[in-house]
Design a protein around this ligand. Structure first.
Ligand code: UDP
Length: 347
């Protein structure tokens, strides 16, 4: 009988990691080894994943920058079919304020997890990247062939470097397959409303700031600039539901595990292909929640690109993937998650 294989998910308690584990448990027969140090996530996510899926996961509290701890704690792990590497810091403004934190954490953790793949002969690797690697780009929508611009933030730079590391490493190991996924703006929450985005400390991303403002945790939010050359002056992003992103990971994993990839390294844009301004996102939220959001127009935020959205044809064609959720559904799911959280704290 074939041994049951596992998938290692780093950052498994985090926002995209937790949604991806749910999809893995629901769509595949793999056992899950989740690694997280809870630096920007909550251990309670593990129990919520198990509750939603009715399945158990193995989780390890490991800082991926601590190579000795990683190797010791995973010493007995074998039969791993692949690694999905999410664990990283991801805030543009935080990276502008503390670049060394980002260079250290995001790069060193990647070195150590690739080294673990080498030691354990793990030959399938999915890497979380970001559309921020494109920088400010004139030709929209961006395709995977677009020439990368200057990284606008240290965070974006760590993703550019990370992609190059994965590419260089892939060339050194025969039979090693990697898929780099460039996320646009993942938002929203699982349909159960029991898993969602829950950063430690104040959020910096737009949608959690919107929902926290609506519930009254944040008194007033700011739109970071309305003097960009866009249809209403606010920045344009390609918001995509986190469960659509999670689903793409399952398809990317199956793509390499089943040997459908024509090259050892592939990269895909994960977006809906639709650009939405900050003010349009706010309007969508107000429509689905029935609430008036308390916001003002503020100055531009350092490190922001003006507009970016994806050409997602390659992922659709190669992975047979189709994002399902509309912007209104994304906002409604984020709002239901915020309401769930506020019930937890008031009970
Ligand atoms: N944004 C905003 N107010 C906020 C937070 C974000 O206007 O309180 C804007 C931000 O300047 C950017 C967009 O919302 O134009 C998306 O920002 P987010 O941090 O969610 O994602 P990013 O694209 O920076 O990774």
């Amino acid at each position: 009988m074939k041994k049951r294989e596992s998938i290692i998910v780093t950052g498994g308690a985090g926002y995209i990691g937790s949604h991806t584990i749910i999809e893995l448990l629901q769509q595949t027969n793999y056992d899950i080894i989740s690694i997280d140090n809870y630096s920007n996530s909550h251990e309670s996510a593990n129990a919520n994943i198990e509750k939603i899926t009715g399945k158990k996961i193995n989780f390890f509290n490991v800082d991926l920058c601590d190579k000795d701890s990683l190797n010791t704690q995973l010493k007995d792990v074998k039969d791993v079919a692949g690694v999905i590497h999410f664990a990283a810091f991801k805030s543009v403004p935080e990276s502008v304020a503390d670049p060394l934190l980002y260079y250290h954490n995001n790069i060193e953790s990647l070195v150590n997890i690739l080294d673990l793949c080498k030691q354990k002969n793990i030959t399938n690797f999915i890497f979380s990247s970001s559309c921020s690697v494109y920088g400010n780009i004139n030709d929209l929508p961006v395709t995977e062939d677009s020439v990368l611009g200057k990284a606008e933030s240290p965070y974006a730079y760590t993703k550019q470097v990370g992609e190059q590391m994965v590419s260089a490493f892939t060339k050194t190991i025969k039979g090693f397959n990697a898929v780099t996924l460039r996320y646009f703006n993942p938002v929203g929450a699982h349909i159960s409303a029991q898993i969602g985005e829950l950063p430690i400390g104040p959020p910096t991303s737009l949608v959690p700031i919107i929902t926290r403002t609506a519930i009254g945790i944040i008194p007033k939010m700011s739109v970071h600039g309305n003097d960009y050359s866009t249809r209403d002056g606010s920045c344009v992003r390609d918001y995509i539901h986190v469960s659509d992103i999670a689903d793409a990971h399952i398809k990317a994993l199956q793509y390499v595990v089943e040997g459908k990839n024509k090259n050892p390294l592939f990269l895909f844009n994960l977006g809906t292909g639709k650009g939405v301004t900050v003010l349009e996102a706010i309007n969508s939220f107000e429509k689905v929640s029935g609430l008036k959001l308390n916001y003002e127009i503020g100055p531009r935020r350092g490190g922001d690109v003006e507009a970016i959205y994806a050409n997602n044809s390659l992922a659709k064609q190669e992975l047979n993937w189709e994002p399902k959720y509309t912007i209104d559904e994304m906002m409604l799911s984020a709002w239901k998650w915020q309401e769930y959280l506020s019930k937890l704290t008031t009970n």
